[in-house]
Write a protein that binds this ligand. Structure first.
Ligand SMILES: Cc1ncc(COP(=O)(O)O)c(C=O)c1O
Length: 378
């Protein structure tokens, strides 16, 4: 039995809620009072604030981060015969959105030091997709675990080949790359407000960011059943994908805490690095990058042993992601870059995400680190 009594949560949403519960209650009450549950004033206000936070010209909220990807791909007319390049080491939604539209998710490897899409592997995949008779159309650069992908290198390769860059920022809202905030990079960016995300609501939610006026207009129409000038004028196939006014009201309250929470997450990450970097591979940031630290993920040979030991002491840890997407039953028939995805496979065997949230105590972190040190030294 552990002598350690402080309960450690993987993500502590209750600690955050305690700080802002009365403001959240008041914000929800306001929506109940005015009764505009769909596309109410809170949605417009949140979208205005999201533009200010990200620097994007347009922010369009929607039902979730998966729909956000679909909205962009639909607005760009992506479908049958199009190759959409996606990292093999990511959450399934990244490949699901293009697959649902009849396009071909084309699996590319990632870089071990960042977990993000490898530009060289992407370059090879473009050649391979043409050999298969596909049209290279879009690359989805995922900002895994909170750090932005190398968007400049990816964009240089993509734009030279007329390929659009869609940044999947589901895990990186609030992160930056060379002074630019997530939401302002790529040809469009998406994010998720799933409760466990760095900025999460109390249900499902998502958003698209773009600087392109025409794309914004089309995405707005698609999220509202493909409406034209009026509601019952349906000019294209769309979706029913809106953020509820109540969720927008909650996000407005949470946005007030968000800058401070980003700082606290960053401090937690620095503490872990100081405690563990001599013994295991800790996450590294590219020069000029900050992370939203959605996850703090180690690369560790004795992963399963460490996870069991942490569990014995009541400390949760999670393997994101145990199977690369190109090996998943539902996706293994899609093409993979000729040079393979061995980094993705290796990571699936060796990654372990530790508790990470703004309110994690240093005492908890020291205890967690000690368990890992004990195992790696034994
Ligand atoms: C990388 C990535 N893309 C897309 C999504 C989809 O977001 P949602 O769950 O809001 O649909 C997620 C959610 O976990 C994600 O991690």
């Amino acid at each position: 039995m552990s002598e350690y009594s402080e309960p450690t949560k993987f993500i502590d949403l209750a600690a955050q809620q305690k700080l802002i519960r009365s403001q959240i209650d008041a914000a929800i009450k306001k929506v109940l009072d005015h009764g505009q549950y769909i596309m109410g004033p809170e949605v417009a206000e949140l979208e205005r604030q999201l533009c200010v936070t990200t620097g994007a010209k347009h922010a369009l909220t929607c039902a979730n981060g998966t729909d956000a990807l679909s909205l962009v791909l639909m607005a760009w007319g992506i479908g049958l015969g199009d190759a959409v390049f996606v990292p093999s080491f990511t959450y399934v939604a990244t490949a699901e959105a293009p697959a649902q539209l009849g396009a071909t998710p084309f699996f590319v490897d990632v870089c071990e030091n960042t977990f993000n899409l490898d530009p060289q592997s992407f370059k090879q995949a473009i050649i391979d997709s043409r050999a298969l008779g596909l049209k290279p159309a879009v690359v989805i650069a995922v900002d895994l675990f909170g750090q932005p992908a190398d968007v400049d290198a990816i964009t240089e390769i993509a734009h030279a080949e007329n390929i659009r860059v869609l940044v999947d920022g589901a895990q990186s809202f609030g992160a930056t790359s060379k002074g630019r905030t997530v939401g302002s990079m790529g040809d469009a960016t998406t994010t998720s407000f799933f409760p466990a995300k760095p900025l999460g609501c109390y249900g499902d939610g998502g958003a698209v960011f773009t600087n392109n006026d025409e794309n914004a207009e089309i995405i707005n129409a698609i999220r509202l059943h493909g409406k034209g000038v009026q509601k019952y004028d349906n000019v294209r196939i769309g979706l029913n994908s809106r953020l509820d006014s109540i969720q927008a009201a909650i996000l407005i309250e949470k946005l007030k805490l968000f800058p401070k929470e980003l700082e606290l997450r960053s401090r937690v990450a620095t503490n872990y690095a100081e405690l563990l970097s001599d013994l295991v591979k800790v996450p590294r940031l590219l020069t000029g990058h900050t992370s939203a630290w959605a996850q703090y993920t180690l690369i560790i040979d004795s992963r399963d042993q460490v996870q069991r030991k942490l569990a014995k002491h009541g400390i949760p840890s999670v393997v994101y992601y145990p199977i690369p997407l190109c090996k998943q039953t539902g996706y293994k028939h899609y093409p993979v870059v000729k040079t393979g995805t061995c980094v993705s496979s290796r990571l699936s065997n060796n990654v372990l995400s530790l508790p990470m949230h703004p309110y994690l105590s240093l005492r908890s972190q020291k205890f967690i680190a000690q368990q890992i040190i004990d195992i790696t030294k034994s």
